[in-house]
Design a protein around this ligand. Structure first.
Ligand code: MN
Length: 391
């Protein structure tokens, strides 16, 4: 994903994890999950001393330590269409668990993006969609299942049933709001930048920080880098940078990591962005709004591939004074909208009310059943009605 990727600019929220809402949520990720105290409800012994920022109790730490005192078969699962944090935290944990003497594999519901394909340890990842039998076997044999970067089994899609069927001990490590109670153990902190940051905390709690080597550090660093938009979103806290610093002590190649994640445009994609910005962007200063529209013919002309439009919606927000941005694209059978805002402007409400969608306050998505031109016009017509837009 590009540097400008919208992914993580918003708080996460609960609700059904499918349809346009889920898509917007997926786009929005977990950034800004809010620096709130970790939820400790449903946790055994929550009144006891909490040794870590995740609200995990000393009892929980001791109990899990005891379970890991002998070699175990461990599966690590993470959410569908896994992003940098999902893969980085999962593979980083897998490599650390292996060094602790366990047999560990990562099972993903479906494919991760190409820009992650260089990470160390990926040979330990099974794709439940394409390697179903092997993945099923790992899930069936696992004594423990670590659930990383998601808080409801629904985010596992087709893999969810395998998780719920297994009688393995489940451990959640996550930073999304309102976790469901489907795990025995929980390392959960909405104030953490990323699940990768929490995996570091987990290793700390377990007394296993010495397992971190350059590969583990690189995986965890990628999780932190991508979930914080390169350490620039509001979820970047003092601890985030302290943990990142500790990872750098292990020799993470900062420049190389950045380039492998963000300097990944094809020439087609770069020219497509240029075309959109030069020819398809409309700015409405009186409404502090920018809009980019793309037709199906243009998608074909620039050989735009899945994921190539990602991040484009953020560009108008870089114009001084613009607080509201829309990307409207004519996909096969459907016109789709991505909405972004800065500050208090609630694009979740706009998407819900006008475009059968939703998401977060500053990042949402929706759909339109009319054609591209009339959708664009409808969007422009609603600007005067949006509270707080006129300066
Ligand atoms: Mn995350």
């Amino acid at each position: 994903m590009p540097e400008s990727a919208p992914h993580k600019d918003m708080p996460s929220s609960k609700g059904p994890q499918h349809g346009p809402l889920a898509e917007a949520r997926q786009e929005a990720g977990a950034q800004g999950a809010g620096r709130q105290p970790a939820s400790t409800k449903d946790q055994p012994g929550q009144e006891k001393h909490a040794p870590s920022s995740s609200g995990t109790t000393a009892d929980q730490v001791a109990s899990l330590k005891a379970q890991l005192a002998e070699p175990r078969s461990i599966a690590i699962v993470t959410h569908a269409r896994p992003d940098g944090d999902a893969i980085g935290s999962s593979v980083g944990l897998m490599l650390a668990l292996r060094q602790m003497g366990h047999e560990a594999r990562v099972v993903v519901p479906n494919a991760y993006a190409d820009f992650l394909a260089w990470l160390p340890g990926l040979e330990g990842v099974l794709d439940h969609q394409t390697q179903t039998e092997q993945a099923a076997q790992i899930m069936a044999e696992a004594e423990l299942v670590f659930c990383l970067d998601f808080n409801t089994p629904a985010r596992l899609e087709s893999l969810a049933q395998r998780l719920l069927k297994s009688d393995a001990t489940r451990v959640m490590i996550d930073h999304h709001r309102d976790p469901e109670g489907f795990t025995r153990f929980r390392w959960h902190d909405t104030g953490a930048s990323s699940t990768a940051e929490l995996v570091y905390g987990w290793l700390e709690d377990m007394g296993e920080l010495h397992r971190i080597n350059r590969d583990v550090a690189t995986c965890l660093y990628i999780g932190m880098l991508t979930d914080t938009g390169s350490f620039r979103y509001s979820n970047t806290g003092p601890r985030t940078l302290r943990v990142a610093a500790a990872l750098l002590e292990h020799g993470v190649d900062v420049e190389g990591c950045y380039a492998r994640i963000y300097h990944t445009f094809s020439e087609d994609r770069m020219r497509f962005f240029g075309h959109c910005l030069a020819n398809n962007m409309r700015i409405f200063p009186e409404y502090r709004t920018g809009l980019i529209h793309v037709s199906r013919a243009e998608l074909e002309c620039f050989r735009v591939r899945t994921g190539d439009t990602e991040g484009l919606v953020n560009y108008p927000l870089s114009i001084q004074g613009i607080v509201f941005s829309a990307f409207i694209v004519d996909r096969t059978n459907l016109v789709k909208l991505s909405l972004r805002s800065k500050g208090d402007l609630n694009v979740d409400a706009i998407a819900r009310e006008h475009f059968s969608g939703g998401g977060h306050r500053n990042a949402s998505g929706g759909i339109s059943n009319t054609d591209l031109d009339s959708t664009v016009q409808r969007f422009i017509d609603l600007l005067p009605t949006v509270p707080g837009l006129t300066a």
